[in-house]
Design a protein. Sequence first.
Length: 367
Amino acid sequence: MTTRRCVRIAVAGSGLIGQEHVRRIAENPETELSAIVDPAPAARDVADRHGVPLFGSLAELFAAQRPDGVILASPNRFHVSGGLECIAAGVPLLVEKPIAETADDGERLVAAAEAAGIPLLVGHHRRHSPLLAEARRIIGEGGLGAVVAVVGTALFRKPDDYFDAGPWRKQPGGGPILINLIHEADGLRALCGEIVKVQATASNTARGFEVEDTVAMTLTFANGALGTFMLSDAAAAVASWEQTSRENPAYSNADDQDCYLIAGTRGSLGIPTMRLRTYSGSASWWEPFESRVAAVERHDPLAAQLAHFAAVVRGEAEPLVTGRDGLQSLRVVQAVLEAARTGGVVDVAPSVQPVPPARTPAASTQN
C-alpha cells in the first residue's frame, strides 16, 4: 500500500477562519502545519500552541522555508498581494473568499497563477459540502426536469456587539452584500449555472447605519431560470445556510428549515433538508407528488476542502473551485452592489471558463 506524501502547509492569518484551517491541518494525518504568517501579536500564541515558527510576512516565510502550499486567511485586502507573492515563490495556494476586493484585482491574481502554472484554489468551502454535491447531482441528472425557478434566503440577525467590535461594519463595504452574499452567489452558481443579470433593492432601515442591512434581489440565469433572493443581517429568522445545514456547530441550527428551493418542470428540491418532490406521471397541479428525502452522508466541508487542497498539491486532482470560479462569484456580488446603487438591471460580465451546472466533486476529494 502506497503512503501519500504528507503536505506541509503554512497558514497566513491567525484570525477565526485561519485557526479553523490550522485545526483541520492538525487533524488530518496527511497534512502538517509548517508555519503561521501574521504580524499581529496574538499570532504568537497560535504558533506556540502548535509548535511551529511564526513569520511576520510571506517574504520572511519564503526566505526561511518553502512549504508545499499556503492557505491565505488574511484580511480581504491582502488576498491579491499575498497571492502574487505565493505565485512568485512557486507555491500553490488556497485563498479565502472573496478572492479579491474587486474583479479587476482578482483578474490580476488569476492571470498570474495561470501564466505561472501555479494551482490557485478559492475557499468556497460549501462546494465541498455533501449537501451541495448531492443537490448538484440531482439537478444535473435531470431529477427536477428543466430548472425554472430558484428561491433563496440568507436571513439572520447579527448581534449588536458584532458592530461594536468592528465599527467599519457600519460603513459602506461592511454590509451583508460584500461580507455574506459571496457565499450565496457561489452556491447558486454551483447549483444552477451562471447568473447573467441581477436587479436589487437595498435598505438600511432596520439598523440605520450608512451601509445596507437588507437586500431583495432578482436573478437571471444563463439557462433561462429566474430566481429571487432575500438577504438580511438584521432579520430574526432561521433561514440561512449556517442555521439550517448543521455544518457549523457554532450556530444554533434548525434541521427542519430550508434556505434554498430549486423548482423545475417535474419537481422541486428543498436545501438543506433535501426534501424532494417529483411527479412520476403527468406533471400537473392536479396530480400528487412523490416525496422523499435524498440521503446524504455528512462530513465537514472545511476538512474535505483541506484534503482536496492536499490532493491538488500532490498532483492528484484538479481544483474544484478555481480562481476563475471565485472571480465570477465576485462579479455577481459586484453586480448586485451596482444594481442596488442604481436601481437598474445589471449584466454580469461572463467568465472565461463558465461553471457547468451540477458538476460533482471527484471521489478522491471526499476524504
